[in-house]
Structure formats: structure tokens, C-alpha cells
Design a protein around this ligand. Structure first.
Ligand SMILES: [Zn+2]
Length: 110
């Protein structure tokens, strides 16, 4: 994946239900191992990225629950609204990413 940025999130293990501190990797905005949390604004030299909404492909760094060793879901969708990280959810459909931007993210068109 080369360089990437990081997003810190909390995940609920589907097996033991414990809260886990997770780190997602993604490639959007200026890419240089920046660390974000939900609600942060993405650093970007491309000002058009602050005007539009994007769905960004994310992958979980450690996908084994530290408490019960269950396999966790590895792939997530991050919603970026007008430059700000709004929401993260389990990835629904990877095929949407295959169309553009090397699979890293897509622009959401109304
Ligand atoms: Zn667990």
C-alpha cells in the first residue's frame, strides 16, 4: 500500500462484545502517515476535496480481537463530508472503489 494515513476508531468485537481500539489505514488527502480521529478535517492540497463528499476505502491494521482472538472485519467505508471525517462503517461493496482513484476512494455524487 506504500504510504497511507491512519484513523483511530473504536470497534465492538462481534464475538466477545468488548470495545477495541482500532487503527484504519487509508489513502485520501495528503498522504503521509497522518493520524486522524472521527470529526477531524483531512489535510489536503487539493481544495476541491473540501467541497465534495467522498467514500474512502479503509483497512484495519490488526484484525484479531486482543481479548478473544476472533477475526474482525478488515474493510471499512469512511465517509468524508466537505473535508471532515464524518462516519465509518463496515464496507458494503468493494466494487464501487474499482472505478477510479486506484481503488482508494470515490466521489459521492448526489
Ligand atoms: Zn473479541
Amino acid at each position: 500500500m506504500g504510504s497511507y494515513n491512519r484513523l483511530k476508531i473504536q470497534i465492538n468485537c462481534p464475538q466477545c462484545k468488548k470495545k477495541i481500539d482500532g487503527t484504519l489505514q487509508f489513502r485520501f488527502g495528503d498522504i503521509w502517515f497522518y493520524e486522524y480521529k472521527i470529526g477531524d478535517y483531512i489535510k489536503s492540497n487539493d481544495s476541491s476535496e473540501e467541497l465534495l463528499d467522498y467514500l474512502v476505502y479503509c483497512i484495519l491494521e490488526d484484525s484479531i480481537c486482543p481479548y478473544c482472538q476472533s477475526q474482525l472485519s478488515e474493510e471499512y467505508d469512511m465517509l468524508v463530508e466537505k473535508g471532515r471525517i464524518a462516519h465509518v462503517s463496515l464496507m458494503k461493496d468493494y466494487s464501487i472503489y474499482l472505478k477510479e482513484n486506484e481503488g482508494d476512494y470515490i466521489e459521492i455524487r448526489a
